[in-house]
Design a protein around this ligand. Structure first.
Ligand SMILES: C[S@@+](CC[C@H](N)C(=O)[O-])C[C@H]1O[C@@H](n2cnc3c(N)ncnc32)[C@H](O)[C@@H]1O
Length: 325
């Protein structure tokens, strides 16, 4: 059984603070969106069809467009209630049909049985997970086959310039994560070899499959008319460097991890819940457990209760909340 010690729990990036709307981060970032979409198309085609896919830290579902047709069921997990509500307003019909589920949960303490999902994704989230070893162990626990990870690396091609300015050039090649203080929000970047070693330790083979965002912010520093002229050239270069820059060029390295020995999900011995009006939950409920006691839950149409710790996990609208009180 796990214990959730509030004092020792790593700080969770709070995307609900100060009424923050994460969608605004994407204003004027057409290049980054495009670079990720280009990588996604290729990589998800390689992984093939999934039965159950999980998007760890999926936010408001920005990436759902890339995977929703490739999986029978998709689960977006995030800590931010606001982002999940935004996802609910975008994907209402798919949620009501049981194609997409929205779960509020902590990536360090997930409410799922082992290998509940055949495919997992984590995009633009690892940089918030300072206790990366326990986060990778816990997320990997619930994925049975394929896992696509976007790894923010500290030793990308432009890092030595920043390293010289901050007197950190000598620290780029060691395996120590690079932590940056930014108020209460944790930011961290990693050595790619260190993340791959962790994956190996937890039973995964891994391959670096794309270097992404190889010219990050170029379109934010140049005048708009220059951007318009250079766009075809930079997009062409991004396509090429996604392949040749694997492991060293860009700040986001996409890694495809596959289980050395794929694990079949174990059935959880739970009582099937009554379906809430217009929202199938029974299929997902077979995969859900108490994130603290790790035992099946007692379900009603708008709450799931742990008989061991008596915690109640409630549904608000289209979002189920599995963050323990
Ligand atoms: C930069 S956003 C990325 C969202 C989405 N993956 C995307 O690419 O648009 C990071 C997300 O990670 C979530 N997050 C960070 N730490 C978390 C944790 N410990 N548990 C669950 N979600 C977390 C945040 O709430 C936020 O929505």
């Amino acid at each position: 059984m796990q214990q959730l010690e509030k004092d020792t729990h790593p700080i969770i990036a709070d995307y609900d603070a100060d009424n923050y709307d994460y969608r605004s981060h994407w204003d004027n970032r057409a290049y980054e969106q495009w670079a990720e979409s280009y990588a996604f198309k290729r990589l998800l085609t390689g992984i093939g069809k999934a039965q159950w896919l999980i998007d760890f830290g999926g936010g408001f579902g920005r990436n759902t467009i890339h995977y929703k047709r490739r999986a029978e069921h998709c689960v977006i997990v995030d800590y931010s209630i606001r982002n999940l509500q935004l996802a609910a307003s975008t994907y209402g019909p798919e949620i009501e049909s049981g194609h997409i589920f929205l779960i509020r949960a902590d990536l360090y303490h997930l409410p799922f049985i082992d290998s509940a999902f055949d495919v997992g994704l984590i995009i633009r989230v690892l940089h918030h997970l300072t206790e990366v070893e326990s986060a990778i162990k816990e997320m990997g626990r619930v994925v049975g086959h394929d896992w696509l990870l976007d790894v923010p690396i500290k030793h990308h091609v432009f890092a030595p310039i920043r390293g010289l300015m901050h007197g950190e050039a000598g620290k780029l090649s060691n395996w120590e994560p690079r932590k940056v203080e930014n108020g209460d929000t944790p930011f961290v970047s990693f050595h790619l070899a260190m993340i791959r070693k962790l994956l190996t330790d937890y039973g995964w083979d891994s391959k670096v499959i794309a270097s992404v965002n190889n010219f990050r912010r170029w379109d934010q520093v140049l005048p708009a008319w220059v951007v318009t002229i250079l766009r075809p050239l930079v997009y062409g270069l991004e396509k090429g460097t996604q392949r040749v820059g694997k492991g060293w060029w860009g700040p986001d390295q996409f890694v495809h991890a596959t289980r050395k020995t794929p694990i079949l999900p174990q059935a959880s011995a739970m009582v099937l819940p009554p379906e809430p009006e217009g929202m199938p939950i029974a299929a997902l409920a077979t995969k859900v457990i108490c994130p603290i006691c790790q035992i099946p839950l007692q379900w009603s149409s708008d709450a799931a209760r742990c008989q061991n710790c008596s915690r109640e996990y409630v549904r608000t609208g289209l979002v189920w909340d599995f963050v323990p009180n």
